[in-house]
Each structure stands twice: as structure tokens, then as C-alpha cells.
Design a protein around this ligand. Sequence first.
Ligand SMILES: NC(=O)c1ccc[n+]([C@@H]2O[C@H](COP(=O)([O-])OP(=O)(O)OC[C@H]3O[C@@H](n4cnc5c(N)ncnc54)[C@H](OP(=O)(O)O)[C@@H]3O)[C@@H](O)[C@H]2O)c1
Length: 360
Amino acid sequence: MEKKSRILIVGATGNLGFEIAKASLQASHPTYALVRDSAFSDPLKSLKLQSLSDSGATLLKGSLQDETSLIEAIKQVDVVICAVSSKQVLDQKLLVAAIKQAGCIKRLIPSEFGLDPSKARISGLDRNFYSRKAEIRHLVEAEGIPHTYICCNFFMSYLLPSIVQPGLKTPPRDKFTIFGNGNVKGVFMKESDVAAFTISAVDDPRTLNKAVHLRPQGNVYSMNELVELWGSKIGKKLEKIYVPEEELLKKIKETPYPDNMDMIFIYGAFIKGDQTYFDIESPGGVDGTKLYPHLKYTTISQYLDTLFQRNKFWRMSKVSWGIVIEVCKLSYAEFEIELLFGLEALGLNTDAKFVTVGVP
Ligand SMILES: NC(=O)c1ccc[n+]([C@@H]2O[C@H](COP(=O)([O-])OP(=O)(O)OC[C@H]3O[C@@H](n4cnc5c(N)ncnc54)[C@H](OP(=O)(O)O)[C@@H]3O)[C@@H](O)[C@H]2O)c1
């Protein structure tokens, strides 16, 4: 069996980078993480680092700004995956130079993990969000560094928790704002699934110098379809309020940066159709779902099920607090939830016909 590549992850304390590090370890790749000093004194990040180290990762101190640490780390591995945040994309220039100098890297996966920057059609609105990622692509290619780009579209933790309602953290239960005609489709992928696809691509000759697109069945929905699906889960007919393209563009212009970025991404995906308008297998692109059919991934419907469970739990705990308050008011009375909260409260807990609260 061919030896598994040694993988260096830059950004392993971050949201996606941690998932990639776990996936790398899970797939038995010798795994290294380049970690800034400051991360070790952050309680949450140090817990992440401890768990990676306990699972066999080698932690190397360094930073994207420190060339010596970069070259030392790069020389120990075959593959580099960078998962720094979008704000730090241009900080990868020194990494590219160090990889060129070290000359031993078989594959670089730069920090992209979103819409393919060469397909974005909202330039002028996005404050160079995509052009910065494209600039790193051009540099990597100009330096002749073997690479793979991962184009996963939206993470599920971004926008999907509110079902694409900017400013909200949970989905409404009555009215939804739909941008455009609501029929244009976008794509959502769970971060741990993005990580698993990324690690599968690392040693695969089919993905060398290619963009791996993730657009699997079950993860491609229009806004109308998302709202219908949510309505079917909570058993309600939901009202849709349509915001036409011109109105959204006006709102984007009136809202200061960076507060308008959610709307800009929504505009790109759900009005312009930037995540789905092109054929994945056009030159330079490969379809991750077809390459790795064995990889199981979370569908949008499954993700909404978890939202529904969370929503139910949250509302039930609100009900419980209500009970506590009422108990205080009634002072040692015995009562039934149905009387206090009506039928809707009972509907939330479908397992219980009646909940009786006994007070000593
Ligand atoms: N498609 C989507 O919906 C979506 C959503 C969010 C992000 N993304 C993309 O996913 C990628 C990762 O983003 P993220 O949100 O997961 O990032 P993140 O959570 O902000 O993590 C950033 C990581 O980079 C590390 N880092 C920052 N500066 C560094 C430096 N100078 N040297 C070494 N390490 C450094 C941080 O380390 P410290 O612990 O030291 O700070 C941290 O581990 C980006 O390409 C982003 O555009 C996509």
C-alpha cells in the first residue's frame, strides 16, 4: 500500500482547520499543525490542541509571518493545507514563497473553501473577497506549485442556522424573507464533510492541479425549497415575503461594511446563482461527490432535523422557566402545562400528552 502523505495544517485551532486536522488523523496521515504561540494560552484553543496532540498530531510552533518557522515545518511534510480565515488570505504569500524555496511539497491546498473565486460574478460588491483568493491561485500557479482547490460553497454553520435570514440565529416559525424569486439554488456543506473530502483529495492524482467542487445531491436547494422543507418539518405553512434584486442591492449599499457581507453572499448565491450556474466538470474542475462516492455527508434535510430538535429543546426549556415562575406565583400548587401554555406547548413535546408538575 502506498505511504500516506505527511500533512501540515496551518490554522488547526480554527473552525475548519480543526475539522481538517481531525480528518487527517482519522485517515491515518502523519499530521502536523503549525500553531502560533498565542493559541496555547487560549483556553478553548489549547483544549483543541490537546485533543489533536492526544490523537497523534505533532504541534509545531510558528506563524505565517515567520519564514524560518514555515520552512522548518514545510521540510517535515509532503502536503500543506492552509485554513486561515478569509481576512488572512493574502498572508499566504510568504507560505507560497517558503514552499517554493523548500521544494519538497507534493500538494498545497490554499485557504479557499467557498465558492470558486473564478466563478464569482459580484466583483465590485465583495470588497475583494474573491479577488484576494484568486490572487493566491495565480501566485501558486505562477510558482508551479502542485495544488488542489476545494470549492465547497457555503458551510452549514453559515446562514443555514437561520435558513438564510440575515441577522437571525435561528429560523423563524412564521414569516421568511426570500431574496429574488426564490428559485435560484445554493449549496451548503457541513464543515466536517468538507474536511473529509479535502483529506480524500490530498493523495489523489485525479485532483492534482484541479478545483474539487462539492455540490452533492441533497445539499443544493433554492430559498423557496428551504422554506418549504422547514415548514414540512415544523408542520406549518410559512409566509414568504419576497425582496426583489434591486431592493436587496439598495440594502447592501445602505448597510455599512462588514455588516452587509451576509447580504452580499446571499446575493451571489441566491440571486446571481454563482454556486450552481456552471458545469463542475468544465476544464479544471472535478466533482468531489463523484470521486469519493463512499464518503457519507450530511444533507440539508438532516441538518434541518438537528435545528428542529434544538429549536424544540430551546422552546421547551423556555416553557420550563415559565413553569418555575408560575410555580412561584401559585406557591405550592399543582397544575398542568396544558392549562398554562395551551396546545402549542403540548405540540412541541410530541412524546408527552400531559406533563404534570407536582410541587411538594
Ligand atoms: N464557505 C463558507 O461558508 C465559509 C465560512 C467561513 C469560512 N470559510 C473559509 O474557510 C477557511 C477557514 O476559515 P475559518 O473561519 O475556519 O477560520 P478561523 O476559524 O478564523 O481560523 C483561522 C485559523 O488561522 C490561524 N491563523 C491566523 N493567522 C495565522 C498566522 N499568521 N499564522 C498561522 N496561523 C494563523 C488561526 O490561529 P490562532 O488560533 O493562532 O488565531 C486559526 O487557527 C477560509 O478560507 C474561509 O474563507 C468558508
